[in-house]
Ligand binder design. Structure first.
Ligand code: AMP
Ligand code: MG
Length: 481
Protein backbone atom coordinates (compact mmCIF):
# COMPACT_ATOMS: atom_id res chain seq x y z
CA UNK A 1 0.00 0.00 0.00
CA UNK A 2 1.09 3.53 -0.69
CA UNK A 3 -0.11 5.82 2.03
CA UNK A 4 -1.25 9.39 1.56
CA UNK A 5 -2.48 10.51 4.99
CA UNK A 6 -4.17 13.85 4.36
CA UNK A 7 -7.31 13.98 6.49
CA UNK A 8 -5.15 14.26 9.66
CA UNK A 9 -3.79 17.53 8.23
CA UNK A 10 -7.13 19.15 9.03
CA UNK A 11 -7.75 21.03 12.22
CA UNK A 12 -7.81 18.55 15.17
CA UNK A 13 -11.33 19.67 16.19
CA UNK A 14 -12.59 17.78 13.13
CA UNK A 15 -11.64 14.28 14.23
CA UNK A 16 -10.66 12.11 17.14
CA UNK A 17 -7.89 9.53 17.04
CA UNK A 18 -9.29 6.17 18.00
CA UNK A 19 -8.10 2.58 17.62
CA UNK A 20 -10.45 -0.17 16.44
CA UNK A 21 -11.68 -2.67 19.01
CA UNK A 22 -11.76 -6.13 17.41
CA UNK A 23 -14.75 -8.43 17.82
CA UNK A 24 -14.37 -11.84 19.46
CA UNK A 25 -13.76 -14.75 17.12
CA UNK A 26 -13.21 -12.75 13.94
CA UNK A 27 -13.39 -14.89 10.79
CA UNK A 28 -13.22 -14.44 7.04
CA UNK A 29 -16.39 -13.37 5.23
CA UNK A 30 -15.49 -12.28 1.71
CA UNK A 31 -12.54 -10.58 0.05
CA UNK A 32 -12.56 -8.45 -3.10
CA UNK A 33 -9.13 -9.38 -4.50
CA UNK A 34 -9.59 -7.36 -7.71
CA UNK A 35 -10.22 -4.18 -5.72
CA UNK A 36 -7.23 -4.91 -3.47
CA UNK A 37 -5.09 -5.10 -6.63
CA UNK A 38 -6.48 -1.79 -7.88
CA UNK A 39 -5.53 -0.28 -4.54
CA UNK A 40 -2.01 -1.66 -4.83
CA UNK A 41 -2.21 -4.05 -1.90
CA UNK A 42 0.96 -6.11 -1.71
CA UNK A 43 0.88 -9.92 -1.40
CA UNK A 44 1.65 -9.48 2.29
CA UNK A 45 -1.29 -7.08 2.76
CA UNK A 46 -3.57 -9.51 0.94
CA UNK A 47 -2.40 -12.41 3.09
CA UNK A 48 -3.42 -10.35 6.14
CA UNK A 49 -6.79 -9.20 4.87
CA UNK A 50 -8.74 -10.87 7.69
CA UNK A 51 -6.64 -9.10 10.34
CA UNK A 52 -6.97 -5.79 8.51
CA UNK A 53 -10.73 -6.15 7.91
CA UNK A 54 -11.35 -7.07 11.55
CA UNK A 55 -9.42 -4.24 13.20
CA UNK A 56 -6.64 -6.52 14.48
CA UNK A 57 -4.01 -4.95 12.28
CA UNK A 58 -3.59 -1.23 11.76
CA UNK A 59 -0.80 0.66 10.01
CA UNK A 60 2.10 2.62 11.41
CA UNK A 61 1.64 5.06 8.50
CA UNK A 62 -1.83 6.15 9.57
CA UNK A 63 -3.31 6.69 13.00
CA UNK A 64 -6.99 5.65 12.83
CA UNK A 65 -9.56 8.38 13.43
CA UNK A 66 -13.26 9.08 13.71
CA UNK A 67 -14.60 12.14 11.85
CA UNK A 68 -17.07 14.54 13.34
CA UNK A 69 -19.95 15.92 11.27
CA UNK A 70 -23.56 16.96 11.74
CA UNK A 71 -26.64 16.64 9.61
CA UNK A 72 -30.30 16.90 8.84
CA UNK A 73 -32.01 13.54 9.33
CA UNK A 74 -35.42 13.08 7.70
CA UNK A 75 -35.50 16.85 7.15
CA UNK A 76 -34.83 17.78 10.79
CA UNK A 77 -31.67 19.31 12.23
CA UNK A 78 -30.00 16.48 14.16
CA UNK A 79 -27.03 18.37 15.63
CA UNK A 80 -23.67 16.68 16.02
CA UNK A 81 -23.29 13.18 14.55
CA UNK A 82 -19.96 11.77 13.40
CA UNK A 83 -18.39 8.37 12.87
CA UNK A 84 -20.13 6.48 15.63
CA UNK A 85 -19.05 3.03 14.51
CA UNK A 86 -16.59 3.52 11.69
CA UNK A 87 -12.97 4.63 11.58
CA UNK A 88 -10.78 6.00 8.85
CA UNK A 89 -7.89 3.53 9.12
CA UNK A 90 -5.87 4.63 6.08
CA UNK A 91 -5.75 6.82 3.01
CA UNK A 92 -3.91 5.11 0.18
CA UNK A 93 -3.18 5.62 -3.50
CA UNK A 94 -4.83 3.46 -6.14
CA UNK A 95 -3.22 2.50 -9.45
CA UNK A 96 -4.32 5.84 -10.95
CA UNK A 97 -2.75 7.76 -8.09
CA UNK A 98 -6.14 8.70 -6.73
CA UNK A 99 -6.40 8.83 -2.93
CA UNK A 100 -8.85 6.31 -1.52
CA UNK A 101 -10.12 6.15 2.05
CA UNK A 102 -10.15 2.84 3.90
CA UNK A 103 -12.96 3.05 6.43
CA UNK A 104 -13.52 0.21 8.85
CA UNK A 105 -17.22 -0.04 9.67
CA UNK A 106 -18.27 -1.64 12.95
CA UNK A 107 -14.93 -0.94 14.65
CA UNK A 108 -16.23 -0.03 18.11
CA UNK A 109 -17.22 2.98 20.17
CA UNK A 110 -16.02 6.49 19.39
CA UNK A 111 -16.80 9.83 21.06
CA UNK A 112 -19.54 10.20 18.42
CA UNK A 113 -21.35 6.92 19.10
CA UNK A 114 -24.15 8.67 21.03
CA UNK A 115 -26.58 5.92 22.10
CA UNK A 116 -25.12 3.32 19.72
CA UNK A 117 -22.83 0.40 20.44
CA UNK A 118 -20.25 1.18 17.76
CA UNK A 119 -20.95 -2.10 15.99
CA UNK A 120 -22.39 -3.37 12.71
CA UNK A 121 -24.18 -6.68 12.24
CA UNK A 122 -23.41 -9.25 9.56
CA UNK A 123 -26.80 -8.70 7.88
CA UNK A 124 -26.22 -5.01 7.21
CA UNK A 125 -22.56 -5.51 6.32
CA UNK A 126 -23.44 -8.07 3.63
CA UNK A 127 -26.16 -5.81 2.26
CA UNK A 128 -23.76 -2.88 1.98
CA UNK A 129 -20.93 -5.05 0.65
CA UNK A 130 -22.97 -6.53 -2.20
CA UNK A 131 -24.77 -3.31 -3.10
CA UNK A 132 -21.56 -1.26 -3.22
CA UNK A 133 -20.06 -3.89 -5.48
CA UNK A 134 -23.17 -3.91 -7.69
CA UNK A 135 -23.35 -0.11 -7.97
CA UNK A 136 -19.71 -0.02 -9.06
CA UNK A 137 -20.42 -2.68 -11.67
CA UNK A 138 -23.42 -0.67 -12.90
CA UNK A 139 -21.12 2.31 -13.39
CA UNK A 140 -22.69 4.31 -10.57
CA UNK A 141 -20.14 6.21 -8.48
CA UNK A 142 -20.20 4.54 -5.10
CA UNK A 143 -18.24 3.37 -2.13
CA UNK A 144 -17.09 -0.23 -2.40
CA UNK A 145 -15.38 -2.60 0.02
CA UNK A 146 -12.19 -4.64 0.13
CA UNK A 147 -13.77 -7.28 2.30
CA UNK A 148 -15.70 -8.10 5.40
CA UNK A 149 -15.28 -10.35 8.41
CA UNK A 150 -17.85 -12.03 10.61
CA UNK A 151 -17.37 -12.95 14.28
CA UNK A 152 -18.63 -15.09 17.11
CA UNK A 153 -19.64 -11.99 19.06
CA UNK A 154 -23.37 -11.39 19.31
CA UNK A 155 -24.73 -7.87 18.83
CA UNK A 156 -28.18 -6.90 20.07
CA UNK A 157 -30.58 -5.50 17.53
CA UNK A 158 -34.28 -6.49 17.32
CA UNK A 159 -32.71 -9.88 18.01
CA UNK A 160 -29.15 -11.06 18.70
CA UNK A 161 -27.11 -11.08 15.50
CA UNK A 162 -23.46 -11.84 14.64
CA UNK A 163 -21.22 -8.77 14.74
CA UNK A 164 -19.17 -8.02 11.63
CA UNK A 165 -16.77 -5.47 10.19
CA UNK A 166 -16.38 -4.22 6.65
CA UNK A 167 -13.45 -2.36 5.13
CA UNK A 168 -15.17 0.23 2.98
CA UNK A 169 -13.40 2.17 0.25
CA UNK A 170 -14.46 5.56 -1.03
CA UNK A 171 -12.89 8.47 -2.84
CA UNK A 172 -14.32 10.69 -0.11
CA UNK A 173 -15.87 10.54 3.34
CA UNK A 174 -16.38 14.29 3.60
CA UNK A 175 -20.11 14.70 3.86
CA UNK A 176 -22.40 17.67 3.30
CA UNK A 177 -22.86 17.35 7.06
CA UNK A 178 -19.21 18.22 7.69
CA UNK A 179 -20.03 21.77 6.59
CA UNK A 180 -23.10 21.83 8.79
CA UNK A 181 -21.00 20.87 11.81
CA UNK A 182 -18.40 23.55 11.07
CA UNK A 183 -21.02 26.23 10.50
CA UNK A 184 -22.80 25.36 13.70
CA UNK A 185 -19.91 24.70 16.07
CA UNK A 186 -16.60 26.05 14.70
CA UNK A 187 -17.32 28.52 11.88
CA UNK A 188 -13.76 29.87 11.92
CA UNK A 189 -12.59 26.53 10.44
CA UNK A 190 -14.60 26.98 7.23
CA UNK A 191 -12.12 28.84 4.96
CA UNK A 192 -9.31 26.37 5.52
CA UNK A 193 -11.60 23.35 5.34
CA UNK A 194 -13.10 24.40 2.05
CA UNK A 195 -9.66 25.12 0.66
CA UNK A 196 -8.61 21.55 1.48
CA UNK A 197 -11.79 20.12 -0.04
CA UNK A 198 -11.07 21.95 -3.27
CA UNK A 199 -7.39 21.03 -3.29
CA UNK A 200 -8.08 17.35 -2.63
CA UNK A 201 -11.22 16.73 -4.59
CA UNK A 202 -11.61 19.47 -7.21
CA UNK A 203 -8.10 20.84 -7.86
CA UNK A 204 -9.23 22.07 -11.28
CA UNK A 205 -11.39 24.64 -9.46
CA UNK A 206 -8.30 26.33 -8.04
CA UNK A 207 -7.78 27.87 -11.47
CA UNK A 208 -11.30 29.35 -11.58
CA UNK A 209 -11.95 33.03 -10.98
CA UNK A 210 -14.06 32.11 -7.95
CA UNK A 211 -12.87 28.68 -6.78
CA UNK A 212 -15.62 28.26 -4.16
CA UNK A 213 -18.40 28.85 -6.69
CA UNK A 214 -16.71 26.54 -9.19
CA UNK A 215 -16.41 23.92 -6.45
CA UNK A 216 -20.06 24.28 -5.40
CA UNK A 217 -21.17 23.91 -9.02
CA UNK A 218 -19.12 20.74 -9.44
CA UNK A 219 -20.49 19.19 -6.25
CA UNK A 220 -24.01 19.98 -7.44
CA UNK A 221 -23.40 18.55 -10.90
CA UNK A 222 -21.77 15.36 -9.64
CA UNK A 223 -24.62 14.81 -7.22
CA UNK A 224 -27.14 15.32 -10.02
CA UNK A 225 -25.35 12.74 -12.18
CA UNK A 226 -25.28 10.24 -9.31
CA UNK A 227 -29.00 10.65 -8.69
CA UNK A 228 -29.81 10.25 -12.40
CA UNK A 229 -27.88 6.98 -12.37
CA UNK A 230 -29.69 5.78 -9.25
CA UNK A 231 -33.00 6.42 -10.93
CA UNK A 232 -31.96 4.60 -14.09
CA UNK A 233 -30.82 1.46 -12.31
CA UNK A 234 -33.78 1.59 -9.91
CA UNK A 235 -31.76 2.20 -6.76
CA UNK A 236 -33.45 3.71 -3.71
CA UNK A 237 -30.83 4.83 -1.18
CA UNK A 238 -33.28 4.78 1.72
CA UNK A 239 -31.68 7.31 4.03
CA UNK A 240 -30.65 10.41 2.11
CA UNK A 241 -29.85 12.49 5.16
CA UNK A 242 -27.32 15.28 4.64
CA UNK A 243 -24.74 13.28 6.60
CA UNK A 244 -25.04 10.43 4.11
CA UNK A 245 -24.18 12.40 0.96
CA UNK A 246 -20.56 13.27 0.26
CA UNK A 247 -19.01 16.09 -1.75
CA UNK A 248 -17.81 13.95 -4.65
CA UNK A 249 -21.21 12.60 -5.63
CA UNK A 250 -20.32 9.02 -4.92
CA UNK A 251 -22.93 6.90 -3.17
CA UNK A 252 -22.33 6.46 0.56
CA UNK A 253 -24.01 5.05 3.65
CA UNK A 254 -26.90 3.23 2.03
CA UNK A 255 -28.29 1.21 4.90
CA UNK A 256 -31.92 0.43 4.20
CA UNK A 257 -31.55 0.70 0.42
CA UNK A 258 -33.41 -1.26 -2.19
CA UNK A 259 -33.28 -2.05 -5.87
CA UNK A 260 -36.65 -1.55 -7.48
CA UNK A 261 -38.45 -4.73 -8.50
CA UNK A 262 -42.01 -3.94 -9.57
CA UNK A 263 -42.02 -0.37 -10.85
CA UNK A 264 -43.61 1.60 -8.04
CA UNK A 265 -42.09 5.07 -7.88
CA UNK A 266 -43.64 5.80 -4.49
CA UNK A 267 -42.35 2.59 -2.93
CA UNK A 268 -40.79 2.98 0.53
CA UNK A 269 -38.10 0.44 1.26
CA UNK A 270 -36.96 1.87 4.61
CA UNK A 271 -39.55 0.98 7.22
CA UNK A 272 -38.43 3.83 9.47
CA UNK A 273 -39.34 6.31 6.74
CA UNK A 274 -42.88 6.84 7.98
CA UNK A 275 -43.63 9.79 5.71
CA UNK A 276 -42.10 8.41 2.55
CA UNK A 277 -39.52 11.19 2.43
CA UNK A 278 -36.96 8.99 0.71
CA UNK A 279 -39.04 7.11 -1.84
CA UNK A 280 -37.53 6.42 -5.24
CA UNK A 281 -39.48 9.21 -6.91
CA UNK A 282 -38.47 11.77 -4.27
CA UNK A 283 -34.73 11.22 -4.60
CA UNK A 284 -34.08 13.93 -7.21
CA UNK A 285 -35.86 16.61 -5.19
CA UNK A 286 -34.40 15.44 -1.86
CA UNK A 287 -30.87 15.74 -3.26
CA UNK A 288 -31.78 19.27 -4.38
CA UNK A 289 -33.02 20.06 -0.86
CA UNK A 290 -29.83 18.62 0.66
CA UNK A 291 -27.65 20.68 -1.65
CA UNK A 292 -29.62 23.83 -0.87
CA UNK A 293 -29.16 23.13 2.86
CA UNK A 294 -25.47 22.59 2.23
CA UNK A 295 -25.00 25.83 0.28
CA UNK A 296 -26.40 27.80 3.20
CA UNK A 297 -23.39 26.67 5.20
CA UNK A 298 -21.02 28.34 2.75
CA UNK A 299 -22.52 31.82 3.17
CA UNK A 300 -20.41 32.72 6.26
CA UNK A 301 -17.34 32.68 4.02
CA UNK A 302 -18.26 36.29 3.28
CA UNK A 303 -18.22 38.74 6.16
CA UNK A 304 -19.15 42.02 4.49
CA UNK A 305 -22.93 42.37 4.13
CA UNK A 306 -22.96 43.55 0.50
CA UNK A 307 -20.55 40.83 -0.47
CA UNK A 308 -22.67 38.33 1.42
CA UNK A 309 -25.81 39.29 -0.54
CA UNK A 310 -24.01 38.90 -3.84
CA UNK A 311 -22.55 35.58 -2.69
CA UNK A 312 -26.00 34.24 -1.79
CA UNK A 313 -27.19 35.06 -5.28
CA UNK A 314 -24.13 33.41 -6.78
CA UNK A 315 -24.67 30.26 -4.72
CA UNK A 316 -28.33 30.15 -5.77
CA UNK A 317 -27.09 30.41 -9.34
CA UNK A 318 -24.85 27.36 -8.77
CA UNK A 319 -27.89 25.37 -7.70
CA UNK A 320 -29.56 26.22 -11.01
CA UNK A 321 -27.19 23.66 -12.56
CA UNK A 322 -28.83 20.83 -10.68
CA UNK A 323 -32.00 20.24 -12.65
CA UNK A 324 -30.60 20.50 -16.20
CA UNK A 325 -27.67 18.22 -15.29
CA UNK A 326 -30.02 15.66 -13.77
CA UNK A 327 -32.44 15.80 -16.72
CA UNK A 328 -29.73 15.56 -19.33
CA UNK A 329 -28.28 12.40 -17.76
CA UNK A 330 -31.63 10.87 -16.92
CA UNK A 331 -33.08 11.47 -20.39
CA UNK A 332 -30.02 10.20 -22.22
CA UNK A 333 -29.89 7.18 -19.93
CA UNK A 334 -33.56 6.32 -20.35
CA UNK A 335 -33.30 6.68 -24.12
CA UNK A 336 -30.31 4.35 -24.09
CA UNK A 337 -32.11 1.80 -21.90
CA UNK A 338 -35.13 1.77 -24.13
CA UNK A 339 -33.16 1.76 -27.39
CA UNK A 340 -34.26 5.08 -28.85
CA UNK A 341 -32.06 7.90 -30.15
CA UNK A 342 -31.62 10.92 -27.89
CA UNK A 343 -31.88 13.33 -30.81
CA UNK A 344 -35.42 12.22 -31.72
CA UNK A 345 -38.03 14.56 -30.27
CA UNK A 346 -40.40 11.76 -29.23
CA UNK A 347 -37.90 9.34 -27.67
CA UNK A 348 -38.14 10.51 -24.09
CA UNK A 349 -41.95 10.67 -24.16
CA UNK A 350 -42.00 7.15 -25.51
CA UNK A 351 -39.69 6.04 -22.66
CA UNK A 352 -42.00 7.68 -20.15
CA UNK A 353 -44.97 5.92 -21.74
CA UNK A 354 -43.18 2.62 -21.15
CA UNK A 355 -42.59 3.51 -17.51
CA UNK A 356 -46.27 4.39 -17.10
CA UNK A 357 -47.14 0.91 -18.36
CA UNK A 358 -44.69 -0.69 -15.92
CA UNK A 359 -46.27 1.36 -13.15
CA UNK A 360 -49.93 0.69 -13.96
CA UNK A 361 -49.29 -2.99 -14.66
CA UNK A 362 -46.89 -3.38 -11.70
CA UNK A 363 -44.27 -4.99 -13.90
CA UNK A 364 -40.69 -5.72 -12.93
CA UNK A 365 -38.46 -2.79 -13.86
CA UNK A 366 -35.27 -4.72 -14.69
CA UNK A 367 -36.90 -7.70 -16.37
CA UNK A 368 -39.17 -5.52 -18.55
CA UNK A 369 -36.23 -3.61 -20.04
CA UNK A 370 -34.47 -6.91 -20.71
CA UNK A 371 -37.58 -8.22 -22.46
CA UNK A 372 -37.69 -5.09 -24.58
CA UNK A 373 -33.99 -5.52 -25.35
CA UNK A 374 -34.64 -9.15 -26.36
CA UNK A 375 -37.61 -7.98 -28.49
CA UNK A 376 -39.73 -10.30 -26.41
CA UNK A 377 -42.70 -7.96 -26.75
CA UNK A 378 -45.28 -10.73 -26.35
CA UNK A 379 -43.95 -11.59 -22.90
CA UNK A 380 -44.54 -8.02 -21.75
CA UNK A 381 -47.96 -7.87 -23.42
CA UNK A 382 -49.02 -11.16 -21.84
CA UNK A 383 -48.34 -9.67 -18.41
CA UNK A 384 -50.46 -6.59 -19.13
CA UNK A 385 -54.11 -6.27 -18.22
CA UNK A 386 -54.51 -3.32 -20.59
CA UNK A 387 -52.98 -4.78 -23.72
CA UNK A 388 -54.12 -1.91 -25.93
CA UNK A 389 -52.02 0.50 -23.90
CA UNK A 390 -48.96 -1.64 -24.59
CA UNK A 391 -49.80 -1.99 -28.29
CA UNK A 392 -50.10 1.78 -28.64
CA UNK A 393 -46.71 2.17 -27.00
CA UNK A 394 -45.17 -0.51 -29.22
CA UNK A 395 -46.51 1.10 -32.39
CA UNK A 396 -44.88 4.41 -31.51
CA UNK A 397 -41.70 2.66 -30.33
CA UNK A 398 -41.28 0.71 -33.54
CA UNK A 399 -42.10 3.67 -35.73
CA UNK A 400 -39.28 5.68 -34.14
CA UNK A 401 -36.82 2.78 -34.33
CA UNK A 402 -37.71 1.97 -37.94
CA UNK A 403 -35.91 5.07 -39.18
CA UNK A 404 -32.74 4.47 -37.13
CA UNK A 405 -29.58 2.38 -37.08
CA UNK A 406 -31.07 -0.49 -35.06
CA UNK A 407 -27.76 -2.28 -34.46
CA UNK A 408 -26.30 0.80 -32.87
CA UNK A 409 -29.33 1.31 -30.63
CA UNK A 410 -29.36 -2.36 -29.65
CA UNK A 411 -25.66 -2.29 -28.77
CA UNK A 412 -26.28 0.74 -26.55
CA UNK A 413 -29.20 -1.05 -24.87
CA UNK A 414 -26.95 -3.98 -23.97
CA UNK A 415 -24.69 -1.65 -22.04
CA UNK A 416 -27.54 -0.01 -20.14
CA UNK A 417 -29.82 -2.85 -19.08
CA UNK A 418 -28.56 -5.17 -16.37
CA UNK A 419 -29.78 -8.76 -16.34
CA UNK A 420 -29.17 -8.87 -12.61
CA UNK A 421 -29.82 -6.51 -9.76
CA UNK A 422 -29.59 -7.27 -6.06
CA UNK A 423 -33.18 -8.15 -5.25
CA UNK A 424 -33.94 -8.11 -1.55
CA UNK A 425 -34.72 -11.81 -1.49
CA UNK A 426 -31.34 -12.58 -3.07
CA UNK A 427 -29.48 -10.63 -0.39
CA UNK A 428 -31.66 -12.21 2.28
CA UNK A 429 -30.79 -15.75 1.23
CA UNK A 430 -27.06 -14.93 1.21
CA UNK A 431 -27.38 -13.41 4.69
CA UNK A 432 -29.21 -16.39 6.15
CA UNK A 433 -26.53 -18.78 4.90
CA UNK A 434 -23.70 -16.49 6.04
CA UNK A 435 -25.18 -16.37 9.53
CA UNK A 436 -24.56 -20.13 9.51
CA UNK A 437 -20.97 -19.58 8.30
CA UNK A 438 -21.73 -20.47 4.71
CA UNK A 439 -20.51 -17.65 2.47
CA UNK A 440 -21.06 -19.50 -0.82
CA UNK A 441 -24.14 -17.48 -1.73
CA UNK A 442 -22.38 -14.19 -0.99
CA UNK A 443 -19.65 -15.40 -3.33
CA UNK A 444 -22.11 -16.41 -6.07
CA UNK A 445 -23.90 -13.05 -5.93
CA UNK A 446 -20.57 -11.23 -5.85
CA UNK A 447 -19.53 -12.98 -9.08
CA UNK A 448 -22.93 -12.54 -10.73
CA UNK A 449 -23.01 -8.84 -9.90
CA UNK A 450 -19.46 -8.32 -11.12
CA UNK A 451 -20.84 -8.41 -14.66
CA UNK A 452 -24.51 -7.54 -14.40
CA UNK A 453 -24.87 -6.68 -18.09
CA UNK A 454 -23.64 -10.11 -19.13
CA UNK A 455 -25.99 -13.07 -19.19
CA UNK A 456 -24.39 -15.78 -17.02
CA UNK A 457 -26.47 -18.95 -17.43
CA UNK A 458 -24.00 -21.09 -15.50
CA UNK A 459 -24.12 -18.87 -12.45
CA UNK A 460 -27.66 -17.53 -12.39
CA UNK A 461 -30.63 -19.06 -10.62
CA UNK A 462 -34.24 -18.55 -11.75
CA UNK A 463 -35.04 -16.41 -8.70
CA UNK A 464 -32.36 -13.90 -9.72
CA UNK A 465 -34.43 -12.92 -12.72
CA UNK A 466 -37.89 -13.16 -11.35
CA UNK A 467 -40.05 -10.37 -10.12
CA UNK A 468 -41.67 -11.15 -6.82
CA UNK A 469 -45.06 -12.79 -7.28
CA UNK A 470 -47.84 -10.18 -7.31
CA UNK A 471 -49.18 -11.19 -3.94
CA UNK A 472 -45.80 -10.82 -2.20
CA UNK A 473 -45.21 -7.27 -0.97
CA UNK A 474 -41.72 -5.80 -1.28
CA UNK A 475 -39.46 -6.26 1.72
CA UNK A 476 -39.21 -3.14 3.85
CA UNK A 477 -35.76 -2.99 5.30
CA UNK A 478 -35.04 -2.26 8.91
CA UNK A 479 -32.97 0.85 9.60
CA UNK A 480 -31.29 -0.89 12.55
CA UNK A 481 -27.98 -2.09 11.31
P1 AMP B 1 -26.53 6.13 9.44
O1 AMP B 1 -27.95 6.55 9.29
O2 AMP B 1 -26.27 4.65 9.50
O3 AMP B 1 -25.67 6.79 8.44
O4 AMP B 1 -26.08 6.62 10.90
C1 AMP B 1 -26.39 7.89 11.43
C2 AMP B 1 -25.47 8.22 12.57
O5 AMP B 1 -25.61 7.27 13.62
C3 AMP B 1 -24.00 8.22 12.21
O6 AMP B 1 -23.38 9.25 12.94
C4 AMP B 1 -23.53 6.85 12.65
O7 AMP B 1 -22.17 6.82 12.96
C5 AMP B 1 -24.38 6.64 13.91
N1 AMP B 1 -24.62 5.22 14.18
C6 AMP B 1 -25.41 4.35 13.49
N2 AMP B 1 -25.39 3.14 14.04
C7 AMP B 1 -24.56 3.21 15.10
C8 AMP B 1 -24.12 2.26 16.10
N3 AMP B 1 -24.53 1.01 16.10
N4 AMP B 1 -23.26 2.71 17.04
C9 AMP B 1 -22.83 3.97 17.05
N5 AMP B 1 -23.21 4.90 16.16
C10 AMP B 1 -24.06 4.53 15.20
MG1 MG C 1 -24.37 7.72 7.92
Amino acid sequence: MQFNPRYPLLSPELFHHQMPVPLKGAKAGHFNAALADELQWSEEDKAQWVEICSGQKTFAEFEPLAMVYAGHQFGQWAGQLGDGRGLLIAQILDKNNQTIDLHLKGAGLTPYSRMGDGRAVLRSVIREYLAGHALNAFGVASSNAIGFTSSTQGIQREKMEPGAMMLRTSDCHIRLGHFEWINQYQPELLPEFIEKCIEWHYPECLEAEQPVLAFATKVIQRTAVMIAKWQLVGFAHGVMNTDNLNITGSTLDFGPYGFMERFRPNWINNHSDYQGRYTYQQQPSIAHWNLWTWLNNLIPLKKDSTEKEQFKEDLAQCLEHYEPTFLEHYKDGLNQKIGLPSFHKDSFDCGMAFLRILQSEQLDYTQSFIRLQNKDYDAIKDDCLDRRQFEAFLAQYESIREQQDIDELDAAMHMANPHYILRNHMAQKAIELAERDDFSEVDRLFKLLSQPYLKQPDLEQPEDLAPLPNDVPEVMVSCSS
